[in-house]
Design a protein around this ligand. Structure first.
Ligand code: AMP
Length: 145
């Protein structure tokens, strides 16, 4: 169990600008948005990373995420957006309670423009891709649903 600033928000000990809540999910405005409308969607279950989340919480987020994306886009007028979910310090996670960022993309660059991405492409061979796919598939087959 991870005790974080989001646990305090969930308990009502610190305020948030709430946009959605159900039995398993809360969504609220990011306090330091990188674009107008930048929203966080979190499970009420306290888990640090997505891989640790229960199927029930994951399903609850999956059910509501598209609806929240539609609302953010409609409210902001943005036509493009990113959904970002960071896991681990190396992947830029700062708050160790699972959260999905819904981030309108409003300009190519600059403050408040939305997510800037570098996409460091590599060119693996077909054999390398097949070997990796086999490793991941075998791990999945061996792990319980
Ligand atoms: P990440 O780097 O994916 O862990 O992002 C954590 C996000 O939580 C950042 O975008 C922060 O601005 C946001 N955040 C931290 N504290 C609060 C808070 N009290 N209310 C709303 N958002 C917050």
């Amino acid at each position: 169990m991870s005790e974080t600033i989001f646990s305090k928000i969930l308990r009502g000990e610190i305020p948030c600008h709430r946009v959605y809540e159900d039995a398993l999910v809360l969504a609220f405005m990011d306090i330091n948005p990188i674009a107008p409308g930048h929203t966080l969607v979190i499970p009420k279950e306290a888990r640090a990373t997505l891989a640790e989340l229960s199927d029930d919480s994951a399903a609850a987020i999956g059910r509501v995420l598209p609806r929240i994306c539609r609302a953010v886009m409609q409210a902001t007028g943005a036509t493009a957006y990113n959904v970002l979910q960071n896991n681990g310090v190396g992947a830029h996670q700062a708050v160790f309670h699972v959260h999905f960022h819904v981030i309108p993309k409003v300009a190519p660059s600059g403050p408040g423009s939305g997510l800037g991405i570098t996409w460091p492409v590599t060119k693996p061979s077909s054999e390398e891709l097949a070997a990796m796919a086999q490793r991941i598939a075998a791990t999945l087959a061996a792990s319980p649903a």
